[in-house]
Design a protein around this ligand. Sequence first.
Ligand code: G3P
Length: 218
Amino acid sequence: MKFFIDTAEIDEIRPLVDLGLVDGVTTNPSLILKSGRDIFEVTKEICDLVDGPVSAEVAATDYATMVKEAAALYDIAENVCLKVPLTPDGLKTCKHFSDQGKMVNVTLCFSASQALLAAKAGATFISPFVGRLDDVAHNGMSLIQDIRTIYDNYNFDTQILVASTRHNLHILESALIGADVATIPPKVVHQLFKHPLTDSGLAAFVEDWKKTGQTISG
Ligand code: G3P
């Protein structure tokens, strides 16, 4: 499963790139706002830092303006993946650019029928928001399972990009279901490292090693 990082903060992305954990990045208008950066400048910096797809979202909600904004966003770098909302205008924009072989991420997906529409519009990625479904007492992960089944039934190429991930279990269950990608906030990536037995085991090894009085030198 690929890891995309769900942030527009360069300082949070860089250390994860150094760990080899970044297959792509996703941004959205709220993340751009949080970063306090200009969308063009920050998207360019992220694209230079990361080899994989970097999702940049349109702000418009009508087809004609989305197409104009898309042209400007695609111009930033080769690895820009356009992000459009799951609306009729968004899917029309998706089809327009996927027909030209460009990457499109369809976002704000909350149902399997919406995911079916995105696949038929040629989306490269579908972004179902699991955390926001959990927030309203729906089972976010069962949506991922349903989309997996539907896409496998018809061999759709659209990749399932699990979004709005909030904790370890979302990532683990995404991998068990066979989602193609999870986009993960940096703090959740760091949580994936954590296990109390790793911490206590390491502390014991460090103490025992001191007692040997030995050093390892190259
Ligand atoms: O990329 C969009 C997304 O992951 C939203 O997450 O936490 O705002 O629901 P959240």
